[in-house]
Design a protein around this ligand. Structure first.
Ligand SMILES: [Zn+2]
Length: 312
C-alpha cells in the first residue's frame, strides 16, 4: 500500500499561498470548483491523448514533441513514451497544455487535471514536472515532486481552507465523506483522503483505499497484487502509531466486512490499536464499497480499558 507523505511546512505554506491566490482571483467560488475556469484564468489548454494509432498522425506527433525533452532526444514518438511510462496525464509547457488519457474513468480526470495544474503553479518544478522525466529523476525526488503536486491539487479541488472547516464541523465518518463528496464534486476516494489528512485536528485517524477486504493473500492474482492501494494517516496517527502495519490492519478489517456484499456500507466495528508506547486505543472502523474500491475510515474514540483482540 502507498503511504501518504506530509509536505514540509515551508514549501507547504508557499504552495498553499499560490493556490489560494488562484481561488481569490476566481472570486473565492463556492464548491464544486469549475476547473475550466481555473484553466482559463491560467491560460491552460486541456487535450486528450489520441488512443488510436491511426488517429495519431505524424503532424500531431510533431506538434506535441518538445525540444529538450528526453522523448525528443531519443527520437521516440510521444505515444510510445506514454505507453512505455504508462502516463495518465502530462503537462507540456510549450503549448501550456495538459494532456489526459481518455481511458481514465471520468472521476479520475478531475484529479489528474488538478494535479497537472498543480505542477504549473509550483515554479521550482520546472521541467521536472514533465511526465517523461519519471525515469530520469531519482525516485526520492520524483516522490517529493509528485507529493507537492498532489498537495496543490487537493488544496485547489477542496477550495483552500473551506474543506477543512466543513469537515471539522462534522463528526468524521463515511457519511461525512459522502456528504462532502457531493458538496465538493470530487471522488469519494479523494474526499476520504483529504478528510483524513486535513480534518483530524490532532486526532489519530486512518483511512484505507483497497480492494474488497479479505483475509486471503492477493499475491497469486496479478491484478490484485499490482493494484494501487493507499494507507492514509492523519498527522497524529503517523506520529504515534508507526508500528501499525497496513497489511495486518487490512486483515482485521476483513473480519467485520460482510461476505455477501453488493455496494454501500459493508461493515463496522471497534478495533483496538496499540500506539508506539504499547498503550492501547479504541478506534471506530467502518467500511464502504463503491463496486471498485473499499473505503475504510478508522477514528480514534478513546483508551482501551479491557483486553480486546489486538491488532499488532
Ligand atoms: Zn505529476
Amino acid at each position: 500500500m502507498i503511504r501518504n507523505h506530509f509536505i514540509a511546512r515551508k514549501p507547504g505554506t508557499d504552495i498553499a499561498e499560490r493556490v489560494d491566490l488562484v481561488l481569490r482571483k476566481l472570486g473565492n467560488p463556492e464548491p464544486p470548483l469549475n476547473l475550466a475556469a481555473v484553466r482559463q484564468l491560467l491560460g491552460l489548454d486541456l487535450r486528450f491523448y489520441p488512443t488510436d494509432d491511426n488517429e495519431f498522425s505524424m503532424e500531431a506527433v510533431s506538434k506535441i514533441m518538445v525540444s529538450r525533452m528526453h522523448v525528443y532526444r531519443r527520437q521516440l514518438l510521444l505515444i510510445e513514451a506514454i505507453r512505455r511510462f504508462d502516463l495518465s496525464a502530462l503537462y507540456l509547457s510549450k503549448w501550456r497544455s495538459i494532456f489526459l488519457d481518455p481511458r481514465l474513468p471520468d472521476k479520475k480526470h478531475r484529479w489528474s487535471e488538478a494535479h497537472e495544474i498543480g505542477h504549473t503553479l509550483i515554479p521550482w518544478h520546472g521541467n521536472a514536472a514533465f511526465g517523461d522525466n519519471r525515469h530520469t529523476l531519482s525516485p526520492e525526488c520524483r516522490r517529493w515532486i509528485e507529493s507537492e503536486a498532489n498537495f496543490a491539487a487537493a488544496r485547489l479541488l477542496f477550495l483552500g481552507d473551506r474543506f477543512g472547516e466543513e469537515a471539522r464541523s462534522r463528526e468524521p465518518s463515511i457519511d461525512t465523506v459522502l456528504e462532502l463528496q457531493r458538496l465538493f464534486g470530487n471522488s469519494i476516494t479523494t474526499t476520504l483522503y483529504r478528510l483524513v489528512e486535513s480534518a483530524a485536528r490532532g486526532r489519530p485517524i486512518v483511512g484505507l483505499i483497497t480492494r474488497y477486504p479479505s483475509t486471503e493473500s492477493a499475491d497469486d492474482n496479478h491484478e490484485l497484487a499490482t493494484r494501487r492501494e493507499h494507507f492514509v494517516r492523519s498527522p497524529a496517527f503517523a506520529r504515534h502509531f508507526k508500528g501499525v502495519r497496513e497489511d495486518e490492519l487490512f486483515k482485521h478489517i476483513a473480519t467485520y466486512c460482510k461476505q455477501d456484499y453488493w455496494g454501500g456500507p459493508v461493515g463496522e466495528s471497534e478495533l483496538v490499536l496499540a500506539d508506539d508506547n504499547g498503550v492501547r486505543h479504541r478506534f471506530r472502523f467502518e467500511t464502504f464499497f463503491n463496486h471498485y474500491d473499499a473505503l475504510t475510515l478508522g477514528v480514534h474514540v478513546g483508551f482501551a480499558r479491557f483486553k480486546v483482540a489486538a491488532s499488532r
